[in-house]
Design a protein around this ligand. Structure first.
Ligand code: SAH
Length: 371
């Protein structure tokens, strides 16, 4: 596993490690056809296989009755290797919130969370095993970066949730994944290529992909400015979320160490360019930490920075990590913070804290001791 980083230390380049086996979900349709041709089969087999995986959500050869039996085994072996093994599943909210801890082929642990609401189902997925961004309030950041996840490893988390929903395993009847947020473990913009591949698989219409609306996908970042610029050019109207957590460089340098590279003004400029380019409202994430970043003057400063922009502020009551010296803001301070922001005409909501009792909020399951 990775070593614990020193305070403020950033890790951009993931350690070199063995890669997971290639999977259908790593490939575009054209690449899948080429891969099938390489093993001596007709390219249309790739379409059939894609339909099983992305439309019917099945990975078991017995169900692929439109393929000759011996071929099924071969195709599955070559293009649908198992990538995630369930280590633990915990549910709460009457079964409508479920958190999975997954083991990857090399033993790395990652987690995903499914949250079902009356009008939507949101999945929160991981993009790296661990994280190199070292935010001191985040459990994942404390453990360092183990490795980048592959596109298919990222997609598989969503497919697993989609399967559970389609089979009616989540209370509320059969359903579909409508939203995906890259807010699990890892910094998505530090694993850019795999994350973009995963976003494409999520939004491509079935059977090439899962056919989820791009508007339902949110990519969250600490603020890797060049990558935000690149994302704006992808022609994918996904929502960008920026983990700001402080409106001033002095405090942000300590809460989000990447700020020592790209300052508040630079990350906000990148966010406004993103909004202009995609016409999508940017989401500003702000974890309210008692007596650290929750002062009214900071709300005022934040309000002045965001005023008049295509933006929405998501306040997150801090979910203290084990042994943390920090805790969530007092309710009256939270209310005052909201009022101050609103006085600048800035749209703001306080995030619901689903999954808190199952450590479903931010890297805590993988960090917890294993049974
Ligand atoms: N690396 C990305 C995405 C993962 S974290 C990013 O930082 O944006 C998703 C969100 O949860 C981020 O805004 C992150 O700052 C926040 N977060 C992490 N730990 C938290 C905690 N203990 N309490 C509240 N929010 C937390």
């Amino acid at each position: 596993m990775s070593e614990q980083p020193k305070t403020g230390q950033l890790t951009f380049v993931a350690p070199r490690r063995a890669k997971p086996q290639r999977h259908l979900a790593d490939l575009t349709m054209a690449e899948r056809r080429a891969a099938v041709a390489e093993i001596g089969e007709k390219p249309f087999r790739a379409d059939q296989l894609s339909r099983h995986y992305f439309t019917r959500l099945t990975g078991s050869p017995e169900q692929m009755t439109d393929l000759p039996a011996p071929l099924r085994e071969r195709l599955v072996e070559q293009l649908m290797p198992p990538l995630l093994t369930s280590v633990r599943e915990i549910t709460c909210d009457g079964g409508t919130t479920r958190k999975n801890l997954w083991k990857l082929f090399d033993g790395s642990l990652v987690e995903s969370v499914l949250m079902r609401y009356p009008d939507r189902v949101t999945m929160c997925v991981s993009s790296q095993a661990g994280c190199g961004m070292n935010c001191p309030f985040c459990a994942t950041g404390q453990a360092g970066l183990t490795r980048n996840m592959s596109t298919a490893e990222i997609v598989e988390q969503v497919v697993a949730g989609a399967r559970a929903l389609a089979r009616g395993e989540v209370p509320g009847g059969p359903g579909r994944v409508t939203n995906v947020v890259f807010m699990g473990m890892g910094e998505p913009m530090a694993n850019y290529k795999a994350v973009i591949g995963a976003v494409r698989r999520l939004v491509d219409p079935a059977p090439e992909g899962l056919g989820i609306s791009a508007r339902g996908v949110t990519v969250s970042t600490v603020g890797l400015v060049p990558a935000i610029g690149k994302l704006a050019e992808e022609g994918l109207p996904v929502t960008l979320a920026v983990s700001l957590h402080a409106p001033d460089d002095e405090l942000r340098d300590t809460l989000v160490p990447i700020n020592t590279r790209w300052k508040v003004a630079e990350v906000l400029d990148a966010a406004w360019s993103y909004a202009a380019r995609t016409k999508r409202r940017v989401s500003i994430e702000y974890a309210l930490i008692k007596d650290v970043n929750d002062q009214e003057w900071r709300a005022d400063l934040l309000g002045r920075l965001l005023k008049g922009k295509l933006v929405h502020v998501n306040l997150i009551p801090l979910n203290p990590t084990p042994g943390s010296k920090w805790t969530a803001s007092r309710p009256e301070d939270e209310r005052a913070f909201v009022r101050r922001l609103e006085s600048h005409g800035v749209a703001v909501t306080v995030r619901d804290t689903r999954g808190r009792e199952i450590d479903g909020a931010c890297g805590q399951l993988a960090a917890a001791p294993q049974p």
